[in-house]
Design a protein around this ligand. Structure first.
Ligand SMILES: [Zn+2]
Ligand SMILES: [Zn+2]
Length: 351
């Protein structure tokens, strides 16, 4: 079969590799659609990911498709079933899992290889994080479950309630998904974005007000001015992953508010916070990572119920053989057109 294999920094190759076979407890899924992700781009740029993968390795992790082969011992799936298989599953036995923090599992099992004709789904993911897609839900929508599950968890951790004012910094795929989910949950969303095209996109995804960083002199002051009596937002989500935006987030929240530093800058990055503001403002700092089986199901329900508008999130479609070129293009793509996620179709766009 054909697969996109990551060899290292900016080295992604289309190769003929052996089609996987389903062993005990496993599935082989014929890929219906795979989606590009900010994490994939980050890994492509760096050439590795300490937790997720070591090259050379088949690449891509947001995937939905049709079960092609069922391994011995699998009772819940049959060939022909349409499924979304998440990119990881926890052990449910370690210190963190037993405390309900499965996203921090010490033995989190990752799966990659979505940009391919077929993908092997390991037994643990089959058992804990593979879901049947209802008729009428396209693969490209179902494949959004993984990033949306991270967003749902980030929102849950923030403990915002309907009517709250929430600032979301960043209008990349994750920032936009946060805006939409927050709006669905009844929050008043203020988006902080950079580019011209992101102003309209943020509104499309549920922001009621938008601050464009290049159009104001003081981003923090302009954002606070949009909150009740200028006291700051009830909660702030940072989804850019730079020290400056991390610092803005703390300066934009109200006393007693919650900041979720969701974007992960490179290791070794340092930020500066005003200790006085943190302490006397009684501010809670959080930094959410990844998803749990529970948030995967919540995200899947948002998608399959039609409440989450998936169609807006997929702005480009390519064939599998275009993936290496797509990633080299994504490296340099800055601004201009509204592009959020690209769907990759090994077999053309028919569902
Ligand atoms: Zn992803
Ligand atoms: Zn565990």
């Amino acid at each position: 079969m054909i697969a996109a294999v990551l060899y290292g920094k900016e080295d992604l190759r289309l190769e003929q590799i052996a089609t996987p076979r389903a062993e005990e407890g496993e599935l082989v899924v014929r890929v219906g659609a795979a989606l590009t992700c900010g994490t994939d781009l980050k890994v492509y740029r760096r050439g590795y990911h300490a937790m997720m993968l070591k090259p050379p390795i088949p690449f891509g992790h947001e995937v939905a498709g049709t079960v092609a082969e069922v391994g011995p011992g699998v009772a819940n799936f049959r060939p022909g079933d349409r499924v979304v298989a998440l990119n990881s599953a926890p052990c449910d036995r370690c210190f963190f899992c037993l405390r309900g923090q499965q996203n921090l599992c010490e033995d989190l099992l990752f799966n990659n290889g979505a940009y391919a004709e077929y993908i092997r789904i390991p037994a643990r993911i089959v058992e804990k994080n593979t879901l049947l897609i209802p008729d009428g839900v396209p693969f490209e929508h179902a494949a959004l479950t993984e990033p949306l599950a991270c967003v749902v968890r980030g929102l849950e951790e923030t403990a915002a309630t309907p009517g709250d004012t929430m600032v979301i910094i960043g209008a990349g795929p994750i920032g936009l998904m946060f805006m939409h989910v927050a709006q669905l949950a009844g929050m008043k969303v203020i988006a902080v974005v950079k580019r011209d095209d992101q102003v309209a996109t943020a509104k499309l995804f549920g922001a009621s007000q938008v601050v464009q960083t290049t159009a104001v002199e003081n981003v923090v002051a302009a954002t606070r001015a949009l909150t009740g009596e200028g006291r700051g937002a009830d909660s702030v989500i940072e989804a850019v992953a730079t020290p400056t935006t991390w610092e803005w987030a703390v300066d934009m929240v109200r006393k007693g508010g919650v900041v979720n530093l969701f974007g992960g800058p490179p290791s070794g990055t340092r930020v500066q916070f005003d200790t006085n503001r943190l302490h006397y403002g009684d501010i809670t700092l959080k930094a959410s990572f990844h998803h749990t089986p529970s948030t995967c199901r919540t995200a899947f329900e948002l998608i399959t119920s039609g409440r989450f508008h998936c169609a807006e999130a997929i702005t480009d479609r390519v064939r599998l053989d275009q993936v290496p070129e797509l990633f080299s293009r994504m490296l340099t793509r800055k601004g201009g057109s509204r592009d959020i996620k690209t769907a990759v179709f090994p077999e053309g766009e028919s569902q």
